[in-house]
Design a protein around this ligand. Structure first.
Ligand code: GLN
Ligand code: ZN
Length: 749
């Protein structure tokens, strides 16, 4: 049995399958089309496929337990017995209890879903209550280990580590923190380690990414204690603590102080880890797992630079292994499936499968000292460069990001819009019915020609406008029927963007997204939304709100070029949006919303880096929105709750009106905004559109009353939490009717 770590590894691999087999299998199970045994056999095949792929690529340290029916944090919750009583008491099978936690059942809402660090993956938030009794349940890890072994592949089970698990969890016990349960939880991890060792496991991977964010001294000491204790377990596998998404800071020496046998560092997102490692003194007996291949992007690795970095690590540690910077969960599966990509672009790209080859090659290069490396890439084609955009960027002045005084703007806008107090509006999308999706698919495949498609979409726009008029909304939207995705829609129309056919990445559960790829200079070929918005406006006297996706959100939900600073790319996108805003204004659109739902999620994990991010992000938004006249009203929309660190930045966006998710947090965000000196229009969501529940009118009145205690009626807007695309028409009609009735009632006071 090998006790050395190996030369090359990945921290995880996509589990969805090359053709999204996982999605198809779990959705078939949920719909009752296949039973648990069929689901299990589909998943056995998927896992075997991944292990064989990794072995055949000659990766010599292969992870297991990275498969999941839904989410690996939920898997870890199950492995430590953290199944809340509200689910356990449903009396379902293990599998159905698991899916109940993930998706909810009639009687019980699901666990909360939230973003995994600064990625677009979402995990289920473990609930630790006073009734939670941790207990080891290593079945899944053992089963997967056994399966790989049966294939002749010795694998390394992966679990979320105890400290990160508790830092991600929430507790319902007042005054308590989940983290206070560390000592108990470590005992349970010790049991899991013993069970794994008994089954023959030689290495286990415990992921502690929470320590690349700012952590207190107490949290770092708890980490040190936890691993010191785990290492004292008599019969245990060797422990590899994996960290990723940034720099470990003071947690790095703390982990090195413990007897853990291997430590993984992200040297892509956390270059400072190298310096910290060098300062840590001799690393006797430790393996450093160097994350040299970016697990968050789709570009080929600069192998020469990676070898140079790897060589520095080799000089510091007894043993070095090469790995990806994080799990490959965040990259699409296999570039080979992309046959339609521009060859010049394809040449520069690597998906998960290609990144494995890079890791293997780097591992050999570091071991042998020399290896034949592929030719360096040729320079990017001249056509990817757009000197017009570059010239425009170079000529920008601070005034280009500055509108007139916002109070004067508000007056000019009101003189033009004549809105009542508490104006009502929605966030943009209306239900995406199966029929609409079918029409878009038919158009894409050529079964529906352009004019037929436009006709179909215009009919939908007209339907949505008439519905809003009938309901009595004040500022209307066209409903976004032509957009399957708010980023892809723009990516398809801008230069410098590519879209893939199969480049799916798991977002949560069975949901996958296909992020566009930004590879070159970005410019607008032609107006992107003007025809739809002006058609909608032609149908009604009420103002129709133009609808754009902001530069930060476009970046956040795309794979972004890494050959120039991100603020340059952001400004290029912003210029295209600025032109679009002007064209919308010229077409008679008086209100334009520029959505930035991702503003919060891309915030750097460490406070020290947040100001610089907010600077360029806010600058790009302002560049996009400052080209219009004072009497054109700019809205923005923010969602995915918790605005804490960006509350002050919301004011600096300088939008005239901000609609913001608030219904779950019961309007708390309004107090925070007021405290931060925000004196502009604000529309706190008064209907939680994530739930099928129709809010009763009195509940909306109540929410608005709470809002009115903080924000005067002249500045308060009435709107849902987010777009309505996932809701059904009956829910939308009933809810919006209540919303309008509530606004009208309060106006009368
Ligand atoms: N305008 C978009 C919509 O209504 C906003 C979506 C979002 O915030 N995620 O769908
Ligand atoms: Zn939203």
């Amino acid at each position: 049995m090998s006790t050395t770590f190996g030369q090359s590894t990945v921290l995880g691999y996509p589990r969805i399958g090359g053709n999204r087999e996982l999605k198809k299998a779990v959705e078939a199970y949920w719909a009752g089309r296949i039973d648990a045994a069929e689901l299990e056999s589909a998943s056995v095949a998927l896992r075997a496929g991944v292990w064989r792929t990794l072995r055949d690529a000659r990766l010599d340290a292969i992870p297991s337990n990275t498969f999941s029916y839904y989410d690996h944090v939920l898997d870890t919750a199950v492995a430590v017995g953290a199944v809340p009583r509200r689910f356990a008491r449903l009396g379902l099978s293990g599998l159905d209890t698991y899916f109940a936690m993930a998706r909810g059942v009639d009687a019980e809402p699901a666990l909360e879903l939230t973003k995994w660090f600064d990625t677009n993956y979402h995990y289920l938030v473990p609930e630790i209550g006073s009734d939670t009794v941790f207990a080891a349940n290593p079945d899944k890890a053992l089963r997967e280990y056994g399966e790989s072994r049966a294939l002749g592949i010795e694998s390394r089970p992966v679990l979320v580590g105890p400290a990160t698990f508790l830092l991600l969890a929430k507790t319902s016990t007042p005054g308590a923190k989940a983290f206070d349960r560390m000592a108990e939880l470590v005992d349970v991890y010790a049991d899991i380690l013993r069970a794994l060792a008994a089954a023959g496991v030689t290495w286990v991977q415990l992921d502690e990414p929470a320590y690349v964010a700012d952590r207190t001294t107490a949290e770092i000491e708890a980490l040190r204690d936890a691993y010191t204790r785990l290492c004292s377990v008599r019969q245990r596998p060797r422990i590899f603590v994996a960290t990723y998404f940034g720099e470990l800071g003071d947690a790095l020496p703390a982990l090195l102080d413990t007897p853990v046998e291997a430590l993984g560092l992200d040297l892509v997102a956390g270059p400072g880890n190298l310096r910290r490692l060098a300062g840590a003194g001799p690393l006797h007996g430790k393996t450093i797992v160097a994350g040299l291949v970016d697990g968050r992007n789709v570009w080929r690795t600069d192998l020469r630079a990676a070898i140079a970095t790897g060589a520095v690590v080799t000089g510091l540690a007894d043993h070095v292994a090469v790995s990806t910077s994080c799990s490959l969960l965040h990259t699409p599966v296999d570039l080979c499936a992309e046959t339609a990509l521009d060859p010049q672009l394809r040449l520069r790209m690597a998906f998960a499968r290609q990144k494995v080859d890079e890791v293997v090659l780097l591992g050999r290069a570091l071991r042998d000292g020399t290896t034949a490396l592929p030719e360096p890439l040729p320079p990017a084609p001249a056509a990817w460069r757009d000197d017009t955009v570059r010239g425009r960027l170079a000529a920008l002045r601070p005034g280009d990001r500055q509108r007139g005084d916002h109070r004067q703007r508000a007056a000019a806008q009101q003189a033009r819009l004549h809105l009542p107090p508490l104006p009502t509006t929605t966030i943009g999308s209306f239900p995406q019915t199966a029929e609409l999706r079918a029409a878009r698919a038919a158009h894409r495949s050529g079964r529906l020609d352009d004019s037929g498609y436009v006709q179909r979409m215009r009919a939908e726009v007209e339907h949505v406008i008439r519905l809003q008029e009938r309901l009595g909304l004040d500022v209307l939207v066209h409903g976004e029927p032509e957009r399957s995705d708010m980023v892809q829609y723009f990516g398809e129309q801008l230069t410098g963007f590519a879209t893939t056919e199969h480049g799916w990445v798991q977002s949560y559960g069975s949901r996958c997204v296909r992020p566009p790829i930004i590879y070159g200079d970005v410019a607008r070929r032609a107006p992107m939304t003007v025809a739809w918005s002006s058609y909608a406006q032609s149908l009604t006297d009420r103002p129709v709100k133009g609808m754009l996706t902001g530069p930060v959100t476009i970046l956040a939900w795309s794979f972004v070029r890494d050959d120039q600073p991100i603020d340059v790319t952001a400004d290029q996108i912003a210029l295209a949006l600025r032109d679009e805003c002007r064209d919308l204004q010229a077409a008679g659109i008086r209100v334009i919303q520029v959505d930035e739902p991702a503003l919060r999620e891309t915030l750097p994990l460490r406070a020290a880096e947040q100001a610089a991010y907010l600077d360029w992000a806010v600058d790009a938004f302002r560049l996009a929105t400052s080209g219009v006249a004072d009497d054109t009203q700019i809205h923005t929309h923010l969602c995915y709750s918790e605005f804490g660190e960006i509350i002050a930045a919301i004011d600096t966006l300088d939008a005239d009106v901000t609609s913001i998710e608030a219904s779950r947090s019961k309007m708390e965000v309004l107090g925070d905004l007021a405290a931060a000196g925000y004196h502009r229009g604000v529309g706190p969501g008064v209907w939680d559109i994530h739930s099928p529940r129709v809010p009763p009118r009195d509940e909306v009145v109540e929410a608005l009353r709470r809002a009115l205690a903080v924000v005067p009626a002249e500045r308060l807007w009435v709107n849902p939490d987010c777009g309505l695309k996932t809701r059904s028409y009956p829910e939308v009609e009933a809810s919006l009717a209540h919303l309008v009735a509530a606004a009208v009632e309060l106006r009368g006071r």
